[in-house]
Design a protein around this ligand. Sequence first.
Ligand SMILES: Nc1ncnc2c1ncn2[C@@H]1O[C@H](COP(=O)(O)OP(=O)(O)OP(=O)(O)O)[C@@H](O)[C@H]1O
Length: 253
Amino acid sequence: MDNLAHIMTTSDLSIGYKNGKSLNTLMEGLNLKIQKGKLIALLGANGVGKSTLIRTLANLQKALNGKVFLKGKEIKEYEAKEFARQVSLVLTDPVQSGNLNVTKLVEMGRFPFTNWTGRLMPNDHEKVEKAIQLCAIAYIKDANITEISDGQLQKAMIARALAQDGDLMLLDEPTVHLDANNRYTVLELLRNLVNETQKSILISTHQVEIALKMADEIWLANCGENIKCGTPNELIQNGDIERAFPYLKKLEL
Ligand SMILES: Nc1ncnc2c1ncn2[C@@H]1O[C@H](COP(=O)(O)OP(=O)(O)OP(=O)(O)O)[C@@H](O)[C@H]1O
């Protein structure tokens, strides 16, 4: 395995759900590679298993089979805090803690780096401020998270992941509640982040057109098939994108 070029790899990975004796395998035999300094967009229809894959890579859900490696070490060997220092996550799950303002939520991204007191140091506050600026949410930084819109909360969750500053960011549909301009802005922000910091980002999204413009690589998940990986151009040229998203042709995009 080439640890220098790849931040995360999978080996013969199968994902899905086990309930007693019944097994629902969504994808199998996955040998995926996340290169350093790349923005990867995971595309595919509803229910194909995108969230399940992200949750499995994030060590939140057990693989049915196979292995996931972060920087050459199997993810199940990591302590939770050590893993969180390197992998920032944005999931679609609602935030559990109710009585928080936006700044406090973003500060939670720094918790893997604090000592037992949980106190933030000047360097942590700097990262929190920078994340708030980058996500353009300074105007709501004192607002309670129960009193902001879904889209504003989503940007705050992205800011929390930015503050966490992991080398790898995994984001599950981070633009789902955002209006059209903000969807573009968030993906542009992630694109710039990759360009400027050489972080790696895997994002699942239904924003096919924007993903094709912004991503270095596309992972195309189709029901009953292996994930197809390639540059946007490769997958457009060989017809995979048109087969998966026939509406694009109808819109003549
Ligand atoms: N906790 C669970 N237990 C059992 N099956 C589940 C569970 N969560 C999801 N599934 C099933 O796994 C399949 C894939 O779900 P997943 O959420 O990963 O799809 P997705 O590609 O992210 O879909 P979407 O684009 O709609 O978000 C679905 O058929 C779903 O019913």
